[in-house]
Design a protein around this ligand. Structure first.
Ligand SMILES: C[S@@+](CC[C@H](N)C(=O)[O-])C[C@H]1O[C@@H](n2cnc3c(N)ncnc32)[C@H](O)[C@@H]1O
Length: 143
């Protein structure tokens, strides 16, 4: 389980708390206000931004950072898309929704939810790897 692996990897790191939860449920249910919220090819990619962004904004201090990464969109395929996740040889793939947008569209969406200083860039893949870059977003909770 990922949580066990994380505990093994960072034993006794002062102040660290590890939780396994749905991001919307966790952030919506905590009174903690965070300096930063980050998602690495994770919840920010697989959660409707209309639901997630208000919750992230409410969980961040003014000036706090919301940063996330995801695969850049396939040209012409924007908004909610289906991901097909392979399972066992005898099982159909799991279908998971994800949200893909071009950099300009992400910037508009984030600004519409009260984030400022939004920067969105597409990082090239390392040479020799598969040809898949990374769309990287950094934004600030606008108060
Ligand atoms: C493509 S994996 C990336 C995992 C890891 N961040 C990495 O870069 O290797 C996507 C991860 O996002 C997590 N995820 C998707 N939606 C989520 C949500 N709403 N709340 C929490 N985690 C979520 C999944 O459980 C999965 O572990």
């Amino acid at each position: 389980m990922q949580l066990d692996k994380a505990r093994e990897r960072w034993p006794g790191v002062g102040g660290i708390e590890l939780h396994q939860a749905d991001a919307l449920t966790y952030l919506g249910g905590t009174f903690t206000i965070f300096d930063a919220v980050c998602s690495v090819f994770g919840a920010a990619w697989f959660t409707d931004p209309a639901l997630l962004l208000p919750v992230v904004r409410a969980s961040l201090k003014p000036g706090g950072v919301f940063a996330f990464s995801q695969r850049p969109p396939v040209e012409g395929c924007y908004g909610c898309q289906a991901s097909y996740i392979p399972r066992g040889p005898d099982e159909d793939p799991a279908v998971v929704n994800r949200w893909d947008y071009e950099p300009d569209a992400w910037a508009l969406i984030l600004k519409g939810h009260g984030f400022v200083d939004v920067s969105v860039s597409v990082l090239a893949p390392p040479s020799g790897s598969r040809h898949m870059g990374t769309l990287f977003v950094r934004s600030i909770q606008g108060g």
